[in-house]
Each structure stands twice: as structure tokens, then as C-alpha cells.
Design a protein around this ligand. Structure first.
Ligand code: SAH
Length: 297
């Protein structure tokens, strides 16, 4: 199954960007995922193709209009409805980025943007809409986790809304089923780099994308901890050696060392993760105790 990514953005030319090279680029060429970068401005409803307005209540910057965003989101969702499919969309040549040049104004109804970058095979028609997550990139959203990324990667794909300026008119979140996601406690100038990050994290988990199939399971966050540190040749460099145990060939000892390092580093570097890890451990241990007590009665 092709993981279908649709990105709603004022800068479709930013895609696939870094996702066009290396692991993700090869996977895109091989059709393991597809990308459709849709120009939000194509869904503007006035003569000047306005996408933003001044903030209600005053203040600096501009706010993305809910009506324009809704039209873009509805278009993206419509691609996955059986009755509309992709027939209404003006397709690119399937490869290369179509320049996001000024598109004619769209008058009414569910418009099909004429200019957007499209890559890879179209999504399968008939995909169930409820299973198709719509994410908006915003610092106000829930912090993205590896668990969420893993769940997204296991699904049919994702529609991503990229903000600019001061962000989105809040009413869009009441009007459409949109999950608000943050990539960390930092403020970017736009949602595009955040979308690229999210997609990168999903794509590497798709079947057949990563070289060694097992390398996903041991990574940081997969078990609630940071990964242990790595070393490679030369065995001595600038007077520094590789921990002896890693050269011992004793797999049990190596595994124990790695587990200990992983716990030490998590405790020191990420007390927040460590607290949660310990909490989960205590909880499962006390759960087991209760079970034993129950059985003893
Ligand atoms: N005024 C907003 C910030 C807007 S930044 C606030 O203070 O919350 C402009 C756009 O960049 C946002 O709409 C969002 O799409 C994107 N962005 C910025 N920081 C982000 C983050 N940490 N995670 C996800 N998207 C972010």
C-alpha cells in the first residue's frame, strides 16, 4: 500500500525538498509513498486570492482564514472519497515538481487546484475517510511522539496543514476533524519544515524503506528511553578508546551494558522521559503484585 501524503501549504515548491533525496527520495521513486503538495491560495474565494486577514482584537501579523483553509482541507479529503477519487484533480506528469505558479481564481464549490506539485502514484480510491488523519502544524498542538508517528505510518497516509504568519483562525479546528501537532517547544516561521520532519519520521518506518528491518525497534523512544551510545572504527582515536565490553564479543554482557547506558543517559539527559519510564515500571510491577495477591485469596 502506498502511504499517501497531502500537504496543504502556501509554498508547495518546498516539497519534496529534502524528502526527494536519500532514503525518502528512493522510496518516493519506488512508489512506497506519494506526495501531493497543494497550494492553499488556489482555494481563496476573492478576486485578490486573499488567504489571510488581520487578527481580530488587534495585534501584529496576519491570520490564515478559516474559510480558505476549510476549502483546501475539503479538497484534500475529497481525494479519498470513493465517489470523487482523483478524477477531478489536474495531474502533474507524475514526476518532478510542478511549479506553483499563479493559478486562476477558483470561483465556488469544491475547486480543483490547477497547479500543485504531485509525486508518485495517486492514493487508492475508496479509502475510508475516517481513517485518514488530518494534522495541522502548530506550536499550540500536542507534542509529536514516536508512538504517534508509528501509528500514522501504519495508516493509509496523512493530510498536513502548514501554517504561516500568526497561524490559523481557531474556528477551523471546531469545523473540521483536525489534530493539532507540535514538533517541539520552538517557533518556526512556517509549518513546512515541521511537515517535512513529520513525514521523514513516518517514511522511514514504512515497510521496505529502511535497510535493516530491525533497526527501527531499538531506536530512541521506542521503549521509552534514549538509545545507548554507538562507536565504530578506529578502535583508538585521539587517545580515546571504545568501551572494552563492546569489543568482548560477549553478547549478553554487551546487551547489559547497552541497557545500563540507555538508562543512565535517559535519567541524566531527559528526566521527563525517565520519570515516565519509572512510573510505568512501578505501575506494571504493582499491577503484577495485585494480581498475585488476588490469586492468593
Ligand atoms: N503565533 C503562533 C506561531 C506562528 S508560527 C504561536 O505563537 O503559537 C507560523 C507557523 O509555523 C504556525 O502556524 C505553524 O504552522 C508553524 N510552526 C511554528 N512552530 C511550530 C512548531 N513548534 N510545531 C509545528 N508547527 C510550527
Amino acid at each position: 500500500m502506498t502511504f499517501a501524503a497531502t500537504v496543504l501549504t502556501l509554498y508547495p515548491e518546498m516539497f519534496p525538498g529534502p524528502l526527494g533525496v536519500s532514503l525518502a527520495g528512493r522510496a518516493l521513486e519506488e512508489g512506497k509513498w506519494s506526495l501531493d503538495a497543494v497550494q492553499i491560495r488556489d482555494f481563496a474565494i476573492d478576486r485578490h486570492r486573499t488567504v489571510d486577514g488581520t487578527p481580530a482584537g488587534g495585534g501584529a501579523g496576519m491570520v490564515l482564514r478559516a474559510d480558505v483553509l476549510a476549502a483546501a482541507v475539503d479538497f484534500a479529503r475529497s481525494k479519498y472519497l470513493p465517489e470523487t477519487g482523483r478524477g477531478t484533480v489536474a495531474e502533474g506528469d507524475g514526476g518532478g515538481v510542478e511549479a506553483a505558479v499563479a493559478a486562476p481564481q477558483v470561483a465556488s464549490g469544491l475547486p480543483a487546484p490547477l497547479h500543485h506539485a504531485s509525486h508518485g502514484p495517486p492514493p487508492r480510491s475508496g479509502e475510508v475517510l475516517e481513517d485518514f488523519p488530518i494534522l495541522a502544524m502548530t506550536p499550540r498542538g500536542a507534542p509529536l511522539t514516536q508512538a504517534r508517528v508509528r501509528a500514522l505510518a501504519a495508516g493509509p497516509g496523512v493530510i498536513i496543514l502548514c501554517g504561516r504568519f500568526e497561524g490559523f483562525d481557531e474556528r477551523i479546528f471546531a469545523a473540521r476533524p483536525i489534530e493539532q501537532v507540535s514538533i517541539g517547544d520552538i517557533v518556526l516561521s512556517g509549518g513546512e519544515p515541521a511537515a517535512l520532519m513529520l513525514l521523514d519520521a513516518c517514511i522511514r518506518l514504512l515497510p521496505g524503506v529502511m535497510g535493516a528491518a530491525s533497526s527501527g525497534a531499538e531506536e530512541s523512544f521506542e521503549n521509552g528511553l534514549l538509545e545507548y551510545p554507538h562507536y565504530t572504527r578506529p578502535s583508538e582515536w585521539e587517545g580515546r578508546t571504545i568501551p572494552e565490553v563492546l569489543r568482548s564479543g560477549d553478547h549478553a554482557k554487551i546487551a547489559a551494558w547497552r541497557k545500563a547506558q540507555s538508562e543512565i543517559d535517559t535519567r541524566l539527559r531527559r528526566p521527563d522521559l525517565w520519570e515516565r519510564h519509572i512510573g510505568a515500571r512501578v505501575q506494571s510491577a504493582s499491577g503484577a503484585r495485585h494480581e498475585n495477591e488476588d490469586q492468593g485469596k
